[in-house]
Design a protein around this ligand. Structure first.
Ligand SMILES: [Zn+2]
Length: 78
């Protein structure tokens, strides 16, 4: 598990990561549009499995206090 600074604990603690799909960007009934979008991304990224970057939120949760922090893909993907 990655150690990260927790604002609540005020120190570095063990964190676990989880990923949540963004519900909002594509409403119901837009599956075809969604698929086209994903297909475009897949080809854009060479099908390397990064297609869903725009569609998910990544969180880290402090294992000590349960504080949840949104950690969308940052520097490592720029
Ligand atoms: Zn904490």
């Amino acid at each position: 598990m990655p150690k990260q600074f927790c604002e609540k604990c005020g120190k570095e603690t063990e964190h676990k990561e989880f990923i949540k799909q963004k519900p909002s960007a594509y409403g119901p009934g837009k599956k075809e549009q969604f698929k086209a979008f994903v297909d475009g991304l897949v080809s854009g990224y060479g099908g390397g499995g990064l297609a869903a970057i725009e569609l998910i939120d990544r969180y880290v949760v402090c294992e000590a206090c349960g504080h949840k922090k949104l950690e969308n893909f940052g520097d490592e993907f720029k």
